[in-house]
Design a protein around this ligand. Structure first.
Ligand SMILES: Nc1ncnc2c1ncn2[C@@H]1O[C@H](COP(=O)(O)OP(=O)(O)OP(=O)(O)O)[C@@H](O)[C@H]1O
Ligand SMILES: O=P(O)(O)OC[C@H]1O[C@H](OP(=O)(O)OP(=O)(O)O)[C@H](O)[C@@H]1O
Ligand SMILES: [Mg+2]
Length: 283
């Protein structure tokens, strides 16, 4: 049996639950139940505050956890990370009031900075030879300059709308973060085997999300060009169409290359291009 700790409610919760379900693991969850057991995989899920997850995993109270790298590194346990999960991407940034003058990190010398990440920020400032007074607060950090608590802040930024809404401008990126799977250092052989099964499933889900299934029709004369553009996993599937001189081609493309490749496919004569999502992808 493995015990997995995930965030009870917050930015990580929905994607963590969705990932577990996409791995084919079923369980019943309700907002007031803080522990549940999967019905088709030897997994127990604990619902916790995200700040507590690294410590629980380090101590072996939970075997696995899903948490942001920002929280993991701040807690001092970066070595627990086993797999980046690709969601909850954000950055930890320094910001100052929009009208404040700012040239470089050195501008923060001797200033008061409010943050929930004193360890990460302290290391960053020390690396730039800057000494500042860090005020650790646990939330609503962006309010600090407007109430006279600090001249700058360091907090999580994603879209930037919280900074904008509080009259602040981002001046430095201190740390980049995403959700990660973490594991306690002393798993038994059986638990390690279960972890590997889980990672295999998670990788299949992630790979599928990054890929699209593509079908198109092309004149036989363009087939070599189409094959070059759509190498697929091994090679594309090519079947003849009822219309002489035409083939149907099926392959897999990466989401981030998709638009670029599609325009080239059209240029060489491809028609009727269909793109479908892939649910799981096993290399
Ligand atoms: N705006 C955002 N966009 C993307 N990811 C974010 C954003 N804000 C936070 N995160 C990521 O999600 C994690 C959880 O954020 P959340 O705001 O839910 O934390 P919290 O308020 O400390 O939750 P808890 O109540 O569990 O302590 C953060 O540590 C960070 O990794
Ligand atoms: O750049 P943005 O897209 O605006 O996101 C950044 C905000 O998101 C997080 O807070 P959240 O909304 O999770 O609230 P919290 O303070 O309760 O954690 C973070 O602490 C920032 O305040
Ligand atoms: Mg928290």
């Amino acid at each position: 049996m493995l015990r997995l700790a995930i965030q009870k409610s917050g930015r990580l919760s929905e994607d963590s639950l969705a990932l577990i379900r996409e791995c084919g693991i079923s369980f019943i969850s309700s907002s007031y139940k803080l522990k549940t057991e999967a019905t088709n995989f030897p997994l127990e899920i604990l619902f916790l505050r995200d700040d507590d997850i690294p410590g629980y995993v380090q101590d072996g109270v939970a075997d696995l956890g899903i948490v942001g790298q920002n929280v993991l590194v701040e807690a001092g346990y970066p070595n627990l990370e086993v797999e980046a999960l690709g969601f909850s991407k954000c950055r930890l940034s320094l910001a100052v009031p929009r009208a404040a003058s700012y040239d470089s990190v050195e501008s923060l010398q001797g200033k008061n900075i409010a943050t929930s990440y004193p360890t990460i920020l302290g290391r960053y400032l020390a690396g730039h030879g800057v000494q500042a007074n860090l005020h650790t607060i646990s939330g609503s950090v962006e309010i600090a300059p407007s109430i006279g608590l600090a001249e700058a802040i360091c907090d999580i930024v994603s879209s930037g709308s919280t900074l904008l809404g509080n009259g602040l401008r981002e001046v430095e990126t201190v740390f980049r973060s995403e959700a990660v799977l973490i594991a306690q250092p002393n798993l038994s052989a059986e638990q390690t085997e279960l972890l590997e099964q889980l990672r295999f499933r998670m990788q299949a889900v992630r790979r599928a999300k990054r890929s699209k299934y593509i079908l198109l029709n092309a004149p036989l004369t363009a087939l070599e060009e189409v094959r070059r553009l759509l190498p697929g996993i091994k090679s594309p599937t090519v079947t003849p169409l009822a219309e002489p001189g035409w083939v149907s081609v099926q392959s897999v493309v990466q989401e981030d290359e998709f638009w670029h490749i599609t325009s080239q496919l059209k240029a060489v004569g491809a028609e009727g291009i269909l793109v479908l999502p892939i649910e799981k992808m096993i290399a």
